[in-house]
Design a protein around this ligand. Structure first.
Ligand code: FMN
Length: 347
């Protein structure tokens, strides 16, 4: 029997309530398969927004199939909902959601594994019914209690509450996990995951105490040995990061958290200028992020990470880490319960 069983593990069909969350625009099929094989839920990330969006969709489908070829267990895809200045959904979101649904429709074995779809950034609106009709579990990531209530009322199955300290595409409201998660768990009845700042069993135990039913992590899983898609210099920069080395800059769908370096300083400077073309700027940012992953120039490329990098000092082996993290959380909760005076003793 796994150490923690709850509504979320049952819904997602996983052993441990530990999720590797979407890490676009990076390549994550191997990492996703490693996390799912370890009993958590791995996520295949969206592969960016290339000019040739059909080529992007083909890459996404390849990543999904690659992951399905490496695990027998459930895994997820993450597709951010990008909106233009009129509030209309950007074409890449629509194409990527269709790609995931078509990959499932074409292959029942893949459909059995690709069980969860996580949307993030903008509100998923009409996609909620389409994802549900396809028989998938729909998770949506939010940065405020108001967004959580709206998503739950609209029918999503799981809400991921994203705190200020999270890496990558950070919420614009900037509410810290410790404030946001209990407000969200109070406000909605569906299972809630904490994302932002978790790194071990203590974080999972804390999330469960706040009423969440699991954690979704980014930075902790990037800094692992299962993940040969990241340049070693990127991993080293995260291991070397200290408190205060992170900064939020204008990202792709809103603010984005990464390392304070020459690239993020330059970007912050350029963002202040009036004559920047937003589409061109977004493309350059994504290319810079991808260059950091593949080439490892951690000074002149945007290195996305959460604040928790400052507390991570070594790479972990995912296969060993995921069950250990769940066992550590269960052990903490058990020993805390044992330290309470019994009802009789307290009288
Ligand atoms: C390198 C990187 C890329 C990310 N890309 C995405 C993304 O494409 N979509 C998304 O919803 N969240 C993205 N995030 C946020 C993560 O899914 C997750 O919510 C976050 O990393 C949690 O905070 P943590 O890093 O403290 O664990 C990204 C985070 C990082 C560090």
């Amino acid at each position: 029997m796994p150490p923690i069983v709850n509504r979320y593990t049952q819904l997602a069909g996983i052993e441990h309530p530990i999720v590797q969350e979407g890490l676009g625009p990076f390549r994550t099929p191997k990492l996703a398969a490693a996390v799912s094989n370890a009993g958590g839920l791995g996520t295949v990330s969206m592969p960016g927004m290339p000019e040739d969006i059909a080529a992007g969709a083909r890459t996404f489908r390849e990543h999904i199939e690659e992951c399905a070829g490496m695990t027998e267990r459930p895994f997820a895809v993450n597709i951010p909902v990008g909106l233009d200045s009129n509030g209309d959904v950007l074409p890449f979101t629509d194409i990527y959601i269709r790609t995931a649904l078509e990959a499932r429709a074409a292959d029942p074995e893949l459909a059995r594994r690709l069980r969860v779809l996580t949307t993030s950034a903008g509100f998923p609106g009409d996609y909620i019914a389409r994802i549900k009709d396809a028989g998938m579990v729909h998770q949506h990531k939010v940065g405020s209690t108001r967004q959580a209530v709206k998503a739950a009322e609209a029918g999503v199955d799981v809400v991921i509450a994203a705190g200020f300290e999270m890496g990558g595409h950070a919420p614009s409201k900037a509410v810290h996990s410790f404030v946001l998660v209990p407000s969200v768990t109070e406000a909605v009845d569906v299972p809630v995951l904490l994302t932002g700042g978790a790194r071990d069993g203590r974080g999972l135990a804390a999330a469960l105490s706040l009423g969440a039913e699991g954690v979704a992590m980014g930075t902790r899983f990037i800094t692992s040995t299962a993940n040969s898609d990241w340049h070693p210099a990127y991993l080293q920069a995260l291991l070397d990061a200290e408190e205060g080395d992170d900064v939020a800059f204008d990202g792709v769908y809103g603010p984005c958290r990464g390392l304070r370096n020459a690239a993020s300083r330059r970007l912050i400077e350029e963002t202040r200028q009036d004559d920047v073309d937003p589409v061109e700027m977004t493309r350059r940012k994504i290319e810079s992020m991808q260059r950091a992953q593949t080439e490892g120039d951690t000074e002149n490329s945007l290195v996305m990470t959460g604040q928790v990098a400052s507390a991570i000092k070594e790479l972990v082996d995912v296969a060993e880490f995921v069950p250990r993290m769940a066992a550590e959380a269960a052990g903490i909760l058990r020993s805390l319960a044992a330290s309470l005076p019994s009802a009789v003793g307290a009288l």
